[in-house]
Design a protein around this ligand. Sequence first.
Ligand SMILES: C[S@@+](CC[C@H](N)C(=O)[O-])C[C@H]1O[C@@H](n2cnc3c(N)ncnc32)[C@H](O)[C@@H]1O
Length: 257
Amino acid sequence: MKVAVARSGSDSAERQIKLSTDLDLPTIELPSPYSPREVTDFDYLLVYRDSRLLLQTTGGAQTGELCVDFSDAKLNHRANSSIRSQNIAKALGIRGSQRPVVLDATAGLGKDAFLIASLGCEVSLLERSAVVHALLADGLARTGCYGQEIGAILGRMKLHFGDLLEFVADSQQFDVVYLDPMFPERRKSAKVKKDMAALQQLLGHQADGAELLDCAKLLAKKRVVVKRAKLSPHLGSGKPDIEFKGSSSRYDVYIIA
Ligand SMILES: C[S@@+](CC[C@H](N)C(=O)[O-])C[C@H]1O[C@@H](n2cnc3c(N)ncnc32)[C@H](O)[C@@H]1O
């Protein structure tokens, strides 16, 4: 997949140059306004618009864009509506006033990490894709735009760049390691959410699930939580100790201690 940083409009050229240097990506100059449909040399563009970093798909009929926006109404509705009784809270082992320290080792667009932080947990986010990491860093850097309540949640989230399989942490730093490594399988009838579909296309097939679980078990003090599509097989060969099933997803819990 070919990605470029697009330079267009009035947004700071300095920022665009820094991004292409940091990510080692080419830049292209585009007229303002431009249509991503007309771009054929690259599959994706990273572009700043209204001070937000967007990933746009180019060419073909299915152009779209995504960005990390922690003020998203759906996400905040989920964070506000009885999340303490939801499966994610049960899977993390949240009871009473105790809050586990969590490593979300497959951070993606940071939605699960945001929900976990909204439960009051300190969350470290680990992401190995430089492009996804840049989108996340941009979303987190806009903390000042979101208001106090969201700002407090983001204050509990700390972003890291890297691969879990090579991640060196202080031993016994995390109570829980959370994994959501796989994209839901595409079935004809399945509606893969638009932003996830774009991410899936960019990142391609992710095949190292079993290895991730082994690595997570070494890092977690108390438990590993794996998010799966409801009917997907377990990660790796062993069975989880507990399963929490929802309407579309399932949380497999591996107890360490
Ligand atoms: C399905 S997405 C996670 C979505 C995320 N839970 C959310 O709420 O937005 C999986 C993400 O994990 C990342 N990933 C996969 N394997 C990884 C690894 N070994 N180390 C770090 N990140 C990894 C991928 O790059 C991708 O962004």
